[in-house]
Design a protein around this ligand. Structure first.
Ligand SMILES: O=S(=O)([O-])[S-]
Length: 102
């Protein structure tokens, strides 16, 4: 069984409006993240991954964002294996998010 769920842009907008507890991690490269990212998201890299996992509240929903929604799926699965109970992969990734907010 896959350890993550798919989340659409609209579902993320809805979830964020209902709760402040959602953690959003962006696994794109640092330059892309710096150029633009979802407000409140954290750039998750190989360098800060261990610290992020150690410090995180694993009971809170965790949404993983990549470029187009492909690599976020394996990252979401991995993070679920690390103990996050409620993990989502953002369908369409940051490119879909940008389109929806342009
Ligand atoms: O980031 S991506 O795998 O969707 S191209």
């Amino acid at each position: 069984m896959s350890g993550f769920k798919h989340l659409s842009i609209n579902e993320l907008i809805h979830m964020s409006s209902e709760s402040n507890d959602i953690q959003v991690v962006d696994i794109r490269d640092a330059a892309s993240f710096t150029a633009a990212h979802i407000e409140g998201s954290t750039n998750l890299t190989n360098e800060n991954l261990a610290t992020f996992i150690a410090d995180a509240d694993m009971d809170k929903p965790l949404v993983v964002v990549c470029y187009h929604g492909m690599s976020s799926q394996s990252a979401a699965n991995y993070l679920n294996e690390q103990g996050f109970d409620d993990v989502y992969s953002l369908d369409g990734g940051f490119s879909a998010w940008s389109l929806a907010h342009s």
